[in-house]
Design a protein around this ligand. Structure first.
Ligand code: PEP
Ligand code: MG
Length: 318
């Protein structure tokens, strides 16, 4: 089975009834970009740029960052999409060079895009570094933890300013992560102002179920296959498609073989998965029929608990 997966790793992932699903990688640096390409990834759906910022005493410079983005872009080539997520840290992942007040609830505090808009020089430096890599990449920029349209507009305005200042004229797609339930609910409204969505099911689950994603006692219950989370994913897709925009999933659920048929049934266009999962997820997509997945999704969206959803999907996988 493994050998079969490896042999077809570089072919596209098309369902039996002819629906192409982009299978791309979640990466945290250049090494994973290279490994992803070797394993047949069709691009990068999520570059977690935090690795450039953590475990150091000063902020990474524009030149330093732009070198790394350019190296990653070159590893992918201009045929593959590169989605760079801007810095996503906050009270739970402090930066020594960016003093932040202690927060009672860091997951509900100044994190993700909120932090970047509160410290715009950090964001501007990062955007300039990303823009300098534009000639080498099929570049997409994505903003994390979006909770309001004001944040989208502010981030877009800053990007436009930096683009103009650098004289970059290439078209760069602008997307947001859907990780906050209100953003999922309002997806059609957001979709008017962005090019694409990527659903971060790790955070979306945490915020939907009000369960800390790292809590040892809640790990089992904080399940992205909870029907409440699946319904929000479905709402996101519906709103995006109504505006002709595409939707990816980059949370851990995209790498879960049990979840993939449901995600396809809901209408997700792209799966951004952990690097080692690329060949097996592509192979799985090729075995599925989207029309059947649609029926399955309609069925599980009517269930009441994550346990029921898992039981139904496990029965199918047998
Ligand atoms: C997510 O929240 O699902 C996600 C992909 O982002 P991260 O895990 O980096 O928070
Ligand atoms: Mg997240």
């Amino acid at each position: 089975k493994r050998a079969e997966e490896q042999a077809s790793a570089h072919h596209p992932a098309i369902t039996r009834d002819g629906v192409r699903i982009e299978v791309v990688a979640n990466i945290g640096g250049l090494d994973e970009a290279v490994q992803g390409v070797q394993l047949g990834s069709e691009g990068v759906g999520l570059l977690r740029s935090e690795f450039l910022y953590l475990e150091r005493t000063d902020a990474p410079t524009e030149a330093e960052q732009s070198q790394i983005y350019t190296d990653i872009a070159k590893a992918l080539g201009t045929e593959r999409t590169l989605v760079i997520r801007t810095l996503d840290v906050g009270g739970d992942k402090p930066l020594p060079y960016l003093p932040l007040p202690a927060e009672e609830n860091p997951f509900l505090g100044v994190r993700g895009i909120r932090l970047c808009l509160a410290a715009p020089e950090i964001l501007r430096t990062q955007l300039r570094a990303i823009l300098r890599a534009a000639p080498f990449a099929r570049l997409h920029i994505m903003f994390p933890m979006i909770a309001s349209l004001d944040e989208v507009r502010e981030a877009k305005a800053i990007l436009a300013e930096e683009k103009a200042a650098l004289g970059v004229t290439a078209e760069i797609k602008f997307g947001i992560m859907v990780e906050v339930p209100s953003t999922a609910v309002m997806s059609e409204i957001f979709a008017r102002e962005v090019d694409f969505f990527s659903i971060g099911t790790n955070d979306l689950t945490q915020y939907t179920l009000a369960m800390d994603r790292g809590h040892p006692k809640l790990a089992k219950q904080a399940d992205a296959l909870h029907p409440g989370v699946l319904r929000l994913i479905a709402m996101t897709v519906k709103g995006a498609h109504a505006q002709g925009k595409w939707v990816g999933v980059c949370g851990g659920i995209a790498s879960d073989p049990l979840a993939v048929p449901v995600l396809l049934g809901i209408g997700v266009d792209e799966l951004s998965v952990s690097v080692p999962a690329i060949p097996s997820i592509k192979a799985l997509v090729r075995k599925l029929n989207r029309a059947d997945c649609l029926k399955l999704a309609n069925e599980v969206l009517q269930l009441g608990t994550a346990t029921e959803v898992r039981a139904r999907l496990a029965a199918l996988a047998d």
